[in-house]
Design a binder for this molecule. Structure first.
Ligand code: ATP
Ligand code: MG
Length: 201
């Protein structure tokens, strides 16, 4: 039986933007994935929670951004779990569900994010649960990957995508400063941000 090829796009998504969406879409085509599951982090261990929007709001923005794309879905798995978000636990939980028991997982991440893998829980176990698709990110060369332990490098395939110099941090800062963000993220997400007065402090 053919195994399913499933992409996983994890992130804080505060807010989700066009860089996330393009990375997922490019990975889909390059690796012939049947689906990309966007998984908003519940309690990101590497981010100060005082400064992030509620999990429910980040989940809703992710739903709005992916709505209408048949091969994109959103999972609440990390939001529903108590405690810090650990990718290894998420992948184990997904693999245990009938829908994904015959799936190979492709974890999509930018170079910036994979470089912190040393601080993630059980990277040795993680590389057995998924392959990594690492996309270029403005300001982070693929050369950096050579600094990672060999067993992690072996699990990585790089993927060139058009450089999208957008970060959630920049979007939050622009909104705080009253600047426009119109073409950096989907319109429905921008409307949600205005409606709920996010990032105004
Ligand atoms: P923040 O500025 O708050 O850190 P971010 O834009 O980096 O936000 P995250 O939610 O931290 O977004 O990132 C989730 C994943 O998406 C990471 O793997 C990150 O590398 C990737 N990613 C984010 N922005 C881009 C982009 N513009 N191009 C390619 N990959 C991106
Ligand atoms: Mg980031």
């Amino acid at each position: 039986m053919n195994r399913k090829r499933i992409g996983i796009m994890g992130g804080t998504f505060d807010p989700i933007h066009n860089g996330h969406l393009l990375a997922a879409d490019e990975a889909c085509r390059a690796f012939d994935l049947s689906e990309v599951i966007f998984i908003p982090a519940g309690h990101p261990p590497h981010k100060d929670e005082k400064h992030i929007s509620s999990a429910e709001q980040r989940y809703e923005m992710t739903l709005l951004a992916t709505n209408g794309v048949s091969y994109f879905s959103v999972s609440k798995i990390e939001i529903l779990r108590e405690g810090a978000t650990r990718t290894v636990d998420t992948l184990k939980e997904l693999k245990a569900t009938t829908a994904y028991e015959n799936a190979d997982f492709y974890f999509i991440t930018g170079v910036d994010a994979i470089m912190s893998i040393g601080t993630w829980k059980s990277p040795e176990e993680l590389v057995k649960l998924c392959k990594f698709v690492v996309t270029n990110r403005y300001g982070y060369s693929f050369d950096l990957l050579k600094k990672l332990p060999e067993y992690i490098q072996d699990a990585i395939t790089t993927l060139e995508m058009p450089y999208i110099d957008i970060s959630s941090t920049e979007i939050r800062e622009r909104i705080e400063n009253g600047e426009g963000v119109r073409f950096l993220l989907p319109h429905a997400v921008e409307s949600f941000i205005w409606k709920h007065a996010l990032y105004r402090n």
